[in-house]
Structures are given as C-alpha cells and as structure tokens.
Design a protein around this ligand. Structure first.
Ligand code: FPP
Length: 250
C-alpha cells in the first residue's frame, strides 16, 4: 500500500512506531536486575496494545530487540529471549481473539529454531485478523532492512529480471519491511534520549517524532494520549507549503 502519505495523514495517526527505551534504568532505580525492567516493559506493551485497539489505531510497530542488542551481556540476551517466548505463549490466543494480526520484522534467522517456529506460527494463525496490525521488530536494524532490500534487488538485476535504470524509490519501498502498510505517522521514543537508534530508517522519512522522558515500564494510556494530543497539533507538509495542503490537513 504505497499511497502518498498526504492521503493518509490525519489528526489521528494510523501507524504508531515505538522505541521502548528505559527498562534497565527503571529496574536500576528500584535496585533490581535489568531483566525485571524488561518484564515490566512487557506489561507496558500490553497497555499500548489495549490503547491502540481502543483508539482504532491500525498499526503498532514496536522495537523489541535491535541488531545491536545481541552485544548485550549474554544473560540479559538469554533472559530477553525467554521473555519473548513466554509472552508469545501467554498472549497469542488472546491477541488472536481480539483480532490482532502479528508480524515480525528483522533478521529472524538469528533466533533459535524454537522462537522462529513460534513466530511463524503466530503470523499464520493471525494472518487474516484486521483490528490491529502488531509488528514486532526483533533483531532489526534500519540499515539491515535497507541492505536486505538492496540485496534482493541486486539478485533480480543479476538474473536479468530488472535493469538498473528501473531501480527507484518505489521499487526499494516494495522490498523494505512493512511495504504493504502505511508508513509510520508517529514515532514515540521513551526514556529521554533523542535519537532513532537504527530503527525504521527508510520508513521514518516523513514521520512525526515524539520524545518522552518517561521510562518505558511507566508509559501508560495517559502517556500515549499525550503523544496523540501532541501529534494532533502538528502540521504535516511532506515538503509542501502550508498553502498547498488540502483543507482537511492544514
Ligand atoms: C530498551 O530498554 C528495551 C529493550 C532492549 C527491550 C524491549 C523489550 C521489552 C519491552 C519486553 C517485551 C517486549 C515484547 C515485544 C513482548 P533498555 O534496556 O535499553 O533500557 P535502559 O536504556 O534504561 O538501559
């Protein structure tokens, strides 16, 4: 669905992407292990799903584990993998019942066979669901995403199926993760840092950015509503002038 984003822009975002930062600091403030922060972060994930369903948001994309997170201490990585498995086990049926479509983006071959199998099973089970697209970015990096898209295109050129002159932005967009979904309208980053950290680099070109000091485990419906209220005040111009915008958007 590569329609021009001007047509999708509205006062309420259709697609929200979130960098869920601050689990470690949340735990440290309580003198508890970082893994407890990740568990509290999983509860905040549930709250954000509830909120998006209640508000009629079409798509929620969550940065759960970056390409770089593999370099964290082995015990933290292993605890996170265990948490992902438990959450999938615990929540999948309920997500399916609530008509949520789950998908995973990232280098999934990096994960254990067990996790890969569960991810695929969850995607198949929920493939026809319509209420909310829930996209989990895991072993994901924006540079990885662009690289895998270019590699797929290069193979087509090598095999004579494509001429280099045919490579344009639309073609690259078709090979990037989430190609069939509207691009994110709103990116939220919690935890006080103001950076993209190799998240959806291609897809965020015209996304509104919202930074919150709140640590992810404390981010709740009220915090999400504050982000939506802020978004509703933004004027999205996509490179045009205010005067050129359709009345519904200006
Ligand atoms: C960043 O906080 C958070 C992560 C690397 C993990 C995110 C995982 C969850 C929220 C758990 C559950 C997720 C799903 C999808 C079920 P940080 O550890 O970098 O925090 P810090 O900056 O305070 O150290």
């Amino acid at each position: 669905m590569n329609e021009h984003p001007l047509h999708s822009a509205a006062r309420k975002p259709r697609h929200i992407a979130i960098i869920m930062d601050g689990n470690g600091r949340w735990a440290k403030a309580r003198r508890r292990p970082r893994t407890l922060g990740h568990r509290a972060g999983a509860s905040a994930v549930n709250l954000s799903i509830d909120f998006c369903i209640a508000e009629g948001i079409d798509t929620l994309t969550l940065f759960a584990f970056s390409s770089e997170n593999w370099q964290r201490p082995a015990e933290e990585v292993s605890a996170l993998m265990g948490l992902f498995l438990r959450v999938l086990d615990r929540e999948l049926d309920e997500l399916h019942r609530r008509d949520v479509r789950l998908r995973f983006i990232g280098a999934r071959a990096d994960f254990s066979d067990e996790l890969q199998t569960r991810m695929q099973a969850a995607e198949i089970l929920t493939a026809a669901n319509k209420t909310l697209n829930l996209c989990i970015a895991a072993s994901y990096g924006g540079r990885w995403d662009i690289t895998q898209a270019l590699r797929a295109i290069a193979l087509q050129v090598r095999d004579g199926e494509l001429q280099p002159e045919q490579i344009d932005e639309a073609l690259i967009s078709q090979h990037i993760s989430l190609a069939d979904l509207p691009q994110p309208d709103l990116l939220i980053r919690t935890g006080g840092d103001h950076r993209i950290s190799n998240f959806l680099l291609w897809q965020l070109a015209y996304t509104e950015l919202y930074f919150s000091e709140t640590l992810w485990p404390d981010f709740n419906a009220q915090s999400l509503q504050a982000a939506l209220d802020d978004y509703a005040q933004r004027e999205r111009r996509f490179g045009l002038t205010s005067a050129q915008l359709p009345d519904t958007l200006a």
